[in-house]
Design a protein around this ligand. Structure first.
Ligand code: SF4
Length: 209
């Protein structure tokens, strides 16, 4: 990557980290996926129960693989026949992993969800939330973050899961009320009441969508 692009990303990340701090959340800069993996693992003590609610970015840095291979109790919902039980187990986990559909330059997190297991666990439950967020998810403001979540992240997810929604066909949000819609719940995290609970690792790379 061009060094000016790298520098711009680092500066942007520092702006977001400042915004997160003002909202009682911790932000960190990782120059690469490898650095992000090392940083995330340093925040998860061995023996911890860890779970997640989707999040390609978490896979892309190799964190899921490392946790499954390491000395952790990784609660893999894909391994549960009873998905509801897996979702309930997530609320009592030591660590919840996720990405964010978007984040504003001043540190507001925007996430949308169909089942709400992910957004509800971000909001409360797990003792620590670690988010892996590529700088491609940073938006100028709240309006931009909502637009990104609905016009970029959601249509890619509906395509990924083969859902019958208008955005699967058009590639952009049509504000549907389809039975298959994944835009059921919107979580705007503008402040964390519990200091030290939400940690956002900003990676100077394109991750997820
Ligand atoms: S509201 Fe419907 S059309 Fe819009 S992004 Fe969500 S699922 Fe797609």
């Amino acid at each position: 990557m061009n060094e000016n692009i790298i520098k711009r990303g680092e500066l942007l990340a520092q702006t977001v980290i400042k915004g997160l701090k003002s909202r009682n959340m911790n932000g960190y800069y990782a120059a690469s996926k490898e650095e992000a993996l090392e940083l995330a693992l340093s925040m998860i003590p061995e023996g911890s129960s860890v779970t997640m609610g989707g999040g390609m970015s978490v896979h892309e840095i190799g964190l899921v693989k490392a946790l499954k291979e390491g000395n952790y109790n990784f609660i893999d919902r894909d391994a549960y026949d009873d998905k509801h039980a897996a979702m309930l187990a997530a609320y009592d986990a030591d660590v919840f992993l996720s990405s964010s559909n978007a984040i504003t330059q001043d540190g507001i997190l925007v996430n949308i969800d169909g089942n709400a297991n992910r957004v509800s666990a971000i909001a409360q439950g797990p003792r620590k939330v670690i988010m892996i967020v590529g700088l491609n998810k940073v938006c100028d403001d709240w309006d931009g973050a909502m637009k990104r979540a609905r016009n970029v992240a959601a249509p890619i997810n509906t395509q990924r899961f083969g859902l019958n929604t208008p955005c699967t066909k058009t590639g952009t949000c049509m504000d549907c009320k389809s039975p298959d819609t994944i835009c059921c719940q919107f979580l705007i995290t503008r402040f964390s009441r519990h200091a030290g609970r939400i940690h956002v690792i900003l990676v100077n790379d394109n991750l997820g969508f």
